[in-house]
Each structure stands twice: as structure tokens, then as C-alpha cells.
Design a protein. Structure first.
Length: 181
């Protein structure tokens, strides 16, 4: 019976030590989310490589080697945000995340008109205003209505083999992320 009580007491003390350790590590770990790492790497509306291929700290710890990705932070308080790319690649996809990293919307070149990367992220209120007077340059854009304030957009492109690597890097380097007035 004494051994059982000793094992239970040892288990409770061990669990307490683990619990306290986790509580002390929590502030350190919570500051290393994707939003914080991206905020250190670049300002709002600046596309940066997600894998750190430009020498910066990677935003994504274990990127897929078959894909290249870029990421941009935005704030819809500044107005709608537009992402636009020129040219074509074998495959691209775009994902919109809120500040906490929850996926809000995603799509790829198969769902975009003509496979062109051109979309605008708006809040529901901004969408109502846009419908009243849609600028001509946005007529062919995809509109993504997202009820978020701040967020991130990730654009990925598939690299089928090494011969495509330079084309993919050039394509992603020309993608813009900008607020629309």
C-alpha cells in the first residue's frame, strides 16, 4: 500500500513540475507564431518568401520542397487589399488567413478566370461600397469577402522540376500585395 501511495505522490509532483514548466514556456512559444515572425521580417503589404530563401527567418518551419511560397500581411482597416501576379506557372494557389492563422479562404489557378492571379480581399462593408462603384481595373478580379481585420495571404506555386525553379521564383517575385483606395 505504501508503494502505491508513493507512486501516486510521485505522479502528482511530476505532473505539477510539467505543468509549471509549460506555463513558463507559454509566453516564449506564443510569440513565435507566423504573424509575429512575419511582422519581424517585413511591414504590411510586403511580399516575402515564406521559406526564408531570401536569407530571412522562415515564416514556415517545414515548407514542402516541391512548392515555393510567398506571404504578405495586410490590414483591411486600410481598405481593400489586392494581390496580383503576371504571367503563368504550372500551378498556383492562394490562401487567406486571419491574424491567428485560421484559414479564411483559399483557391487556385483552376478556379480563377484564365488562371490569372488577381484577387481583392474586402470586408462585408467594403464589398457593399465596391458594388456601388466598381473600378474598371478590378472588373476581372476575384473578390474575397472576409470578416477579418488583419490577415495574411500566402501564394504558393508548384515547382515540377529544377528547370522551372527560376521561372517560379521570377513569377512569385513579381506578385504584388497592395491596399486599394
Amino acid at each position: 500500500m505504501a508503494r502505491l501511495l508513493y507512486a501516486i505522490l510521485l505522479g502528482i509532483v511530476g505532473a505539477g513540475i510539467v505543468h509549471i514548466s509549460v506555463l513558463f514556456l507559454l509566453p516564449t512559444l506564443s510569440e513565435r507564431d507566423a504573424w509575429s515572425r512575419l511582422a519581424e521580417a517585413a511591414d504590411l503589404y510586403v511580399m516575402v518568401p515564406a521559406d526564408g530563401s531570401d536569407g530571412s527567418q522562415p515564416v514556415v518551419e517545414a515548407p514542402d520542397p516541391e512548392f515555393r511560397a510567398i506571404v504578405c500581411r495586410f490590414d483591411l482597416e486600410d481598405g481593400p487589399m489586392r494581390v496580383k501576379g503576371a504571367g503563368s506557372v504550372p500551378f498556383w494557389s492562394a490562401s487567406i488567413y486571419d491574424r491567428s492563422g485560421q484559414n479564411v479562404y483559399n483557391f487556385n489557378d483552376h478556379t480563377a478566370e484564365g488562371g490569372k492571379l488577381d484577387f481583392v480581399v474586402v470586408t462585408p462593408a467594403q464589398m457593399i461600397d465596391m458594388r456601388k462603384d466598381l473600378p474598371a481595373e478590378l472588373a476581372s478580379s476575384i473578390f474575397v469577402e472576409a470578416d477579418i481585420g488583419e490577415g495574411m495571404v500566402v501564394v504558393r506555386s508548384f515547382v515540377p522540376d529544377d528547370s522551372w525553379a527560376k521561372t517560379i521564383v521570377t513569377y512569385l517575385g513579381a506578385v504584388s500585395c497592395s491596399p486599394q483606395s
